[in-house]
Design a protein around this ligand. Sequence first.
Ligand code: FE2
Length: 266
Amino acid sequence: MIDLHIHILPGLDDGPPNMAESLDMARHAAAGGIKAVVATPHVAPGLYNNNRVSILQALQHFRAQLQAHEIPMAVHSGAEYLLDPDLPRLIKEQQILTLGDGGRYLLVEFPTAEIPVFAEQVLFEIALLGVTPVLAHPERNAELLRSPGKLLPFVERGVLCQGTAASFTGKLGTRVQQLAHHYLRHGCYQFISSDAHGAVNRKPELQAACTVIQAYDPNAAGLLTADNPQRLLQGQAPTRLPSWPDQEQPNKSLWHSLWGKITGRK
Ligand SMILES: [Fe+2]
């Protein structure tokens, strides 16, 4: 598996505070079947003032440490950008760090509480520059939790979606889990990643989500966690999943299943 979204570089954001924890994260990921990751520290002006140069420097140092500690993990470059009207300018000036530094796919996130008013315009401008936005964890956005259909215009315009693994297993709460499964059943996701932040909490794990997703389709988990991330790193478009809008969420509790049968709600 390849983890496309992980905060593993030390001291750059709210991820691991030091190199020892970064290395523990890599060991944990490798033990769980993750052979490569894309390090995606936050870039959010005023909060996490990382940039292309500082991230690449930190990455180089981390790779050397992995080698020194004989941890079998490939680390690609990347970043997670808070959606900002300045992003098209950064792309034009080649100051951006796309996923795998391939120049084609950019990981962006909305603020947790809302969809910014400029979102459609800025994502459109990014696409016009030949860069495809990959929207991180839409299932965790408060506005989308209230109004799931607001994701549709973005998907229709070619924005790709990356779900957080823990969203599917219920670790991030029932509402997030339900929305993750709703979007999955409607074929919205191309990638599932850990969005891990540490070696103790929010650890780099994909397997539990894969087990849940395989209940829909035996090929889906491999596509979302291995094949599509690999294609992205090779500059190829991801394969789209079919949708299964009528299937029942596989890991619902007995209570939710009964409640669904009583109320007709999924
Ligand atoms: Fe993240």
